[in-house]
Design a protein around this ligand. Structure first.
Ligand SMILES: Cc1cc2nc3c(=O)[nH]c(=O)nc-3n(C[C@H](O)[C@H](O)[C@H](O)COP(=O)(O)OP(=O)(O)OC[C@H]3O[C@@H](n4cnc5c(N)ncnc54)[C@H](O)[C@@H]3O)c2cc1C
Length: 497
């Protein structure tokens, strides 16, 4: 039997009061929301309560529209999540860093009163290669480039400059129209690197950069997509560069959010009050009489327009009637999520700092090949965060947490010494195993996809509009791209309503 539920998630949203004008949604007993009486009408239904969906909802509400955000999980934030530590602290299991030219996420955080602090970057980085640890300064002539042999460094510099130059010819709003789009989209990044990064140590540096940025191997990515991603690592007045993607100081890893990155979507959701419905995985979107009936487990909403703000491949898990245009569905079939996890080991102190190390590693072996110092701003305890990426993550997707922990701590000990073997706690977040993400940080394009299907990325399907970081022009794959995509989708809908 249908029952009215004024959806209240005050505890989940940090004590936020319900916003004025909240939409009263109607629910039925779990999973049986089919009766016509169970429908509530809004102007816009937003599917997905990640940063993109919430941003779109904020702008629609500001534009005077009624909105319901249907979020599958029992929390907001999607690929951004705060994880509680046994010592009372908080760490981040997903998106975490922001940097220069990521103007929209910064503006959003500022508007919500979420402050940033500089990522710990004092002391030397570590290169771990062929079983040897080499600490290196990042303020020398080489900047942040790990000190491989001279021939490799020279080759890597040429490759990097080439990639940046090629990226300058790729329009961020239509990479498939780049003059050499066809040539670049029919090869993998791997095949291009094999022809250009000819010194083995240069190839190593580019491979590590690739897996760190995409959580995918170079063999999986279209060269055109990599160039688009580089072009997107900037803003309207600053061309994107590979360096901005990889760097900590002056790069995408420059800053973190006080209290953890999920503060941003949590506080944003709080401004939307009961318009945000949690634990409501959308199963179908049915067009009927010029409106859309969006049905989630236990909740149905009728809306004039729909914004879909879920990870791109997950669009295909929602049943659309009528079917989506073939090109849009093919796109979601052909852009898989990267494979990624984060392993955070917590210690009483950030002991590596006393050894003159900043906690950042670049490695050619192990399950974790890239690390950061994830300690809180006051350094009151230590946290080492390691990325588990691409082939390494896939190798451990089915392993137990204890097995992953043993492998990770072996790596941390090789990088930072025996003290690393004894954390006070250990947190593991595996995105491939998250039902409403199925990987991360982003859905990427293998060869042939952008040129054939790219034009379908943002093209509305009737009254269905597309948000999500994958649909952003600048900083696609990042929190900033998620904000930009939500703002753009809301503009489209406001113009159409
Ligand atoms: C390990 C990791 C590290 C990262 N590091 C960084 C970083 O340092 N800096 C950075 O800027 N970015 C980083 N990112 C990327 C960043 O987190 C994402 O780009 C961004 O959060 C995407 O936001 P979104 O709203 O587009 O998508 P999502 O956050 O994926 O939100 C989509 C929402 O849709 C929901 N959903 C899915 N299916 C349904 C359905 N059927 N019905 C209803 N809801 C549904 C999901 O639960 C989710 O809440 C990282 C990501 C990962 C995984």
């Amino acid at each position: 039997m249908a029952r009215e539920r004024q959806l209240s998630r005050r505890s989940l949203l940090g004590g936020a009061a319900a916003a004025a004008g909240a939409v009263a949604l109607t629910t039925t007993a779990a999973g049986t929301a089919t009766a016509a009486s169970a429908l509530t009408t809004v102007d816009v239904a937003v599917i997905g309560g990640g940063i993109a969906g919430l941003t779109a909802a904020r702008d629609l509400v500001a534009g005077g529209k009624t909105v319901a955000v249907l979020e599958a999980r029992d929390r907001v934030g999607g690929r951004v999540v705060n994880l509680s530590l046994a010592n009372g602290g908080v760490t981040e299991g997903g998106g975490e860093f922001i940097g220069p030219t990521q103007d929209r996420i910064k503006a959003l955080a500022d508007s919500l009163g979420v402050a940033t602090f500089t990522t710990y970057n004092t002391g030397k980085n570590l290169l771990y290669k062929d079983g040897t640890r080499t600490p290196y300064a990042t303020d020398g002539l080489l900047g942040s480039v790990p000190p491989v042999d001279a021939a490799g460094l020279a080759n890597a510099a040429i490759v990097q400059a080439k990639l940046d130059d090629m990226a300058k010819t790729v329009p961020v709003d239509a990479p498939w129209t780049a003059p050499k789009a066809a040539e670049w989209d029919k090869q993998t990044f791997e095949s291009w690197l094999n022809a250009n990064a000819i010194v083995p140590s240069a190839k190593f540096l580019l491979d590590v950069a690739c897996t760190s940025i995409f959580s995918a191997q170079p063999r999986e990515l279209s060269l055109l997509y990599v160039l688009f991603y580089i072009a997107a690592a900037g803003n309207e007045s600053n061309a994107g560069t590979l360096e901005r993607l990889t760097d900590t100081a002056n790069g995408a890893q420059e800053s973190r959010f006080v209290g953890g990155s999920q503060q941003v979507p949590i506080k944003l959701a709080a401004t939307l009050g009961d318009r945000v419905v949690l634990s409501a995985p959308v199963r179908s979107v049915v067009q009927s009489g010029g409106k859309y009936v969006v049905t989630a487990d236990g909740v149905s909403v009728t809306a004039k327009k729909v914004i879909v703000a879920v990870p791109l491949p997950l669009t295909g898990r929602i049943a659309f009637d009528p079917l989506l245009p073939a090109a849009r569905d093919q796109l979601s079939q052909r852009m898989p999520m990267g494979s990624i996890g984060k392993a955070i080991a917590v210690y009483d102190t950030p002991f590596w700092r006393a050894d003159g190390l900043n906690g950042q590693v670049v490695s050619d072996s192990g399950v974790v090949r890239s690390t950061f110092d994830n300690s809180p701003p006051d350094g009151s305890y230590g946290a080492l965060m390691g990325f588990i990426e691409a082939d390494q993550m896939r190798a451990y997707d089915a392993s137990s947490t204890d097995e992953v922990k043993a492998a990770v701590l072996k790596d941390y000990a090789a990088y930072f010494g025996d003290k690393a073997k004894s954390p006070t706690s250990f947190v593991l977040q595996r995105w491939d195993n998250e039902g409403f993400s199925r990987g991360g940080p982003v859905a990427y394009a293998p060869p042939g996809v952008l040129t054939e299907y790219g034009a379908a990325l943002r093209k509305p399907a009737g009254g269905i509009h597309w948000a999500g970081t994958e649909t952003s022009t600048y900083w696609t794959g990042y929190m900033d791209g998620a904000v930009r995509s939500g703002e753009r989708a809301a503009r489209e809908v406001l113009a159409a309503l």
